[in-house]
Design a protein around this ligand. Structure first.
Ligand SMILES: [Fe+2]
Ligand SMILES: [Fe+2]
Length: 170
């Protein structure tokens, strides 16, 4: 699986990379359903996961390492694929449980690679103690926390460029 790691062309924007590698997920009924669930503030799960994917690509490009960008994007888009409203009280252990639920749902609806599975399962590290195994998973733990904090404080990274990508898959 390491063999699919490479540098990404400078000609492709972060948003375009997300559209390229995540097309089937962005076009799926399941991921579109994530529009109905709010993650933080006014940001839906679909918007949050697209934001994490874009930021993760941007962060990865700033490092000197090669990445499996397909796994990075797909793992980002599926990392919160738990498919319920976590604000409702019957999901009290959401913080601990949702990564495993997201992986279960993702594996039912998509072909999930080992790196993508690790991204989804470990994205709540260090709250969930099992640490990321791959560099792609580690980048997502960082990108997810940055996006989440900004969404909570009303300054989401979700913007027109990311919206344009989602609008291509309505
Ligand atoms: Fe999460
Ligand atoms: Fe998240």
């Amino acid at each position: 699986m390491q063999s699919s790691r490479k540098k990404i062309s400078k000609k492709i924007s972060n948003q375009r990379a997300v559209s390229k590698y995540g097309a089937d997920i962005l076009d799926s009924v399941g991921h579109k359903k994530c529009t109905e669930y709010i993650q933080h503030g006014n940001t839906s799960i679909r918007q949050h996961t697209a934001s994490v994917a874009c930021l993760a690509v941007a962060m990865a490009r700033k490092t000197p390492f090669k990445y499996d960008y397909q796994a990075l994007v797909r793992g980002a888009l599926l990392h919160d694929y738990f498919l319920y409203d976590w604000h409702k009280p019957h999901h009290g252990l959401h913080g601990y449980a949702h990564a495993s639920i997201a992986l279960h749902n993702a594996a039912e609806d998509f072909a999930v690679s080992p790196i993508e599975a690790d991204i989804i399962k470990k994205h709540m590290w260090p709250l969930n103690l099992n640490p990321p195994k791959y560099r792609e998973s580690f980048i997502i733990t960082l990108a997810d926390k940055v996006c989440s904090i900004k969404e909570i404080f009303g300054k989401p990274i979700y913007n027109k460029k990311i919206e344009e990508i989602l609008n291509e898959y309505q």
